[in-house]
Design a protein around this ligand. Structure first.
Ligand code: ADP
Length: 633
């Protein structure tokens, strides 16, 4: 097939334009990106070879060739290579999930920030266009006889040409370098020391040899000899004290393609019956994939410094799936498959150890660096808190690491902090769960607690209600049970107050009876009971439960398009409120507006919980009828 022309997918074209025109000073990163791709390609080929022993042996290598006269820099690898389709797909489009967000961020920022963004974002292959006017990629896929040549000058187009050949599988990238320009700081990337420096700085830990021919003088003669530039020392093998923070950051970026620095790194080092080493990272923000993909996450597994697989889920509990990193053990067999992995006793040992270290690191962060810890909490709490349900052994630890909103403070509060402010007579930790923090803050159920100065934890994540229902005594201490104040059994009345209230309620019993009868007759399928109440100070009504149910979960499921069975609730009416007094009169006189008013009180209680009404139209209709009547319109 002759050379064919294609257009870059629109986002790719936009990104290219930005790369080329950017005044970004750190153009150097292009080399790290291309070497990183080459290293991945070698990993992939080695795995194919492990799976299929008939494939030819090979000596993995990344080769860098500088040509001062032609002003080219060539990066080649004998990795897995790409087919013609793959060249178009991978280099002609950007499939990366973050690209759109990146472009949006870049557009809204000023130029300085744009520089920063480019530097931090793993822009991969496209970064080549920051230093080159023209890029050629010749590739041959493992197991194929044909090669293909991709060419682009960074304009809107690229070409693919099958009339090209490469002896072995792998990829060769030739960069036709831009002129050296000291003003925009384009270095001479054909200079040996420039390239050496960049490799040491960014790619030293790459597991495969990065080989570069260099010219040396021997006995007055110039000789060209191959030199391996990187130490190939796995970063997780080197002592922590010898690894610089930038090296950790570089490695994290190589591993995750996340351009934001991690919050912390954790070293694993076990020797003895089971020996393994590892390096884990707590990212600073949740990557897009983590939010949208329930299967996202996992650790890279190495055996004896050799990469085995990405995203290994068995090395880490599911509720820690935001943790990234590598684990390397000498005690596993090389022909390990994903399927048998979870049954390996060593894997379980590693998982426990990793888990313990992660808990310790989080504890340390919480104690010593609250700002960082809150960043972690803001990003990952929704995943992490599921551990309270999934891992009963560590439920207490996780709750102790948890932060909550409360009625007494605008920021996050830990259980320990809550405990230090608890009143001596408290029966436990008062909690209120709901979908929305603002709604929780104005819940009528808080009124009695606020009036007496009790602090209440406000729990607005979907998982909180499940915690409250299933693991209320996870903290293991009697006065530290999580008490759901939505339950009618949880209240803060003293015995005297209770008897006074009972007497007061008794007085209205007869007058309230018609309210209850008519309400239950009309709304029996939604209501378990209708009760007179004195627990509120300002609001006319609220909805409670007699036993723990999953009311918020019901809402979440509805929002997800499912149809869970509706749960019956108790409607509490504040008998001191003028509207409720009126309601009692209306029940007595069989006023036709009675049921409208009652339904409105029921619906407004739901609205205050942040719920979405099942039939908003009927709410509005009732409201209008009542208002028309009230205003005599
Ligand atoms: P990223 O590496 O972040 O996925 P890139 O733009 O750098 O993004 O590369 C896109 C894809 O192109 C890679 O995921 C890989 O599949 C393929 N690719 C790039 N370079 C090579 C290479 N040297 N050998 C094989 N495949 C490559």
């Amino acid at each position: 097939m002759p050379e064919e022309k294609f257009e870059f997918q629109s986002e790719a074209a936009e990104l290219l334009k930005m790369m080329i025109n950017s005044v970004y000073s750190n153009r150097d990163i292009f080399l790290r990106e291309l070497i990183s791709n080459a290293s991945d390609a070698l990993d992939k080929r080695r795995i194919e070879k492990l799976k299929n022993s008939e494939l030819a042996d090979f000596k993995p290598e990344i080769r860098i060739i500088r040509d001062k006269d032609k002003r080219t820099l060539t990066i080649s690898d004998n990795g897995i290579g790409m087919t013609r389709d793959e060249l178009g797909k991978y280099l002609g489009t950007i499939a990366k999930s973050g690209t759109k967000e990146f472009l949006a961020a870049a557009k809204s920022e000023d130029n300085n920030n744009q520089e920063n963004l480019i530097g931090q974002f793993g822009v991969g292959f496209y970064s080549a266009f920051m230093v080159a006017d023209k890029v050629e990629v010749l590739s041959r896929k493992l197991g194929e006889s044909k090669s293909c040549l991709f060419k682009s000058d960074g304009g809107g187009e690229y070409t693919l040409d099958d009339d090209a050949s490469r002896d072995e599988c792998g990829t060769t990238i030739v960069l036709y370098l831009k002129p050296v320009d000291h003003e925009v700081i384009t270095k001479d990337y054909t200079d040996e020391w420039t390239v050496r420096d960049l490799i040491s700085k960014y790619s030293d830990f790459i597991a495969w040899p990065i080989v570069m021919p260099v010219t040396r003088h021997k006995d007055d003669k110039e000789v060209i000899q191959d030199e391996t530039i990187n130490s190939q020392k796995a970063i997780w093998i080197r002592p922590d004290s010898e690894v610089k923070p930038e090296e950790y950051n570089e490695f994290y970026r190589h591993l995750t393609h996340d351009w934001k620095e991690p919050l912390a790194h954790i070293r694993l080092n076990a020797e003895g019956a089971t020996s393994f080493k590892g390096l884990l990272f707590i990212p600073s923000e949740a990557p897009f994939d983590l939010v949208v993909d329930p299967n996202f996450g996992g650790i890279s597994l190495y055996i004896n410094r050799v990469f085995i697989m990405n995203d290994c889920k068995d090395l880490i509990p599911e509720y820690m799936r935001f943790i990234r990193g590598v684990i390397d053990s000498d005690d596993l067999s090389l022909n390990l498959s994903r399927e048998i992995l979870q049954d390996e006793p060593i894997i379980r040992v590693i998982k426990r150890s990793a888990q313990r270290k992660i808990f310790n690191e989080l504890k340390k962060l919480l104690e010593n660096d609250r700002a960082k810890y809150e960043k972690f909490w803001n990003s990952f709490r929704q995943i992490f808190k599921w551990g309270v349900i999934q891992d009963s052994e560590h439920a207490k630890t996780i709750l102790e690491l948890a932060l909550f909103n409360t009625t007494n403070s605008d920021g996050w509060t830990s259980i320990a902090e809550y405990k230090s402010r608890m009143k001596p007579d408290q029966a436990g930790i008062y909690c209120l769960a709901g979908r929305d923090l603002a709604a929780l803050k104005s819940s009528p159920k808080l009124e009695a607690f606020k009036a007496k100065g009790y602090e209440v934890l406000l729990m607005s994540d979907a998982v909180d209600e499940v915690i409250l229902v299933n693991t209320a005594d996870a903290l293991g201490e009697d006065n530290l049970k999580l008490l759901n104040i939505s339950l009618d059994s949880v209240n803060v009345q003293t015995d005297d107050e209770k008897s006074a209230a009972e007497a007061e309620l008794k007085e209205v019993e007869a007058k309230f009876a018609p309210v209850k009868d008519q309400a239950m007759a009309a709304m029996g399928e939604k209501l378990e009971d209708v009760r007179p109440s004195l627990s509120m100070t300002d609001s006319p009504a609220c909805l409670r439960e007699s036993s723990n149910g999953l009311f918020q979960m019901e809402q979440v499921l509805r929002a997800m398009g499912q149809n869970p069975p509706p749960q019956k609730r108790i409607l509490e009416l504040n008998i001191k409120h003028p509207l409720v007094k009126k309601l009692m009169d209306m029940a007595e006189s069989k006023d036709e507006q009675f049921i409208n008013l009652l339904e409105i009180l029921y619906d407004q209680s739901l609205i205050l919980e942040g719920a979405v009404l099942a039939e908003p139209a009927s709410f509005v209709k009732r409201l209008n009828e009542v208002m028309t009547k009230a205003f005599g319109a």
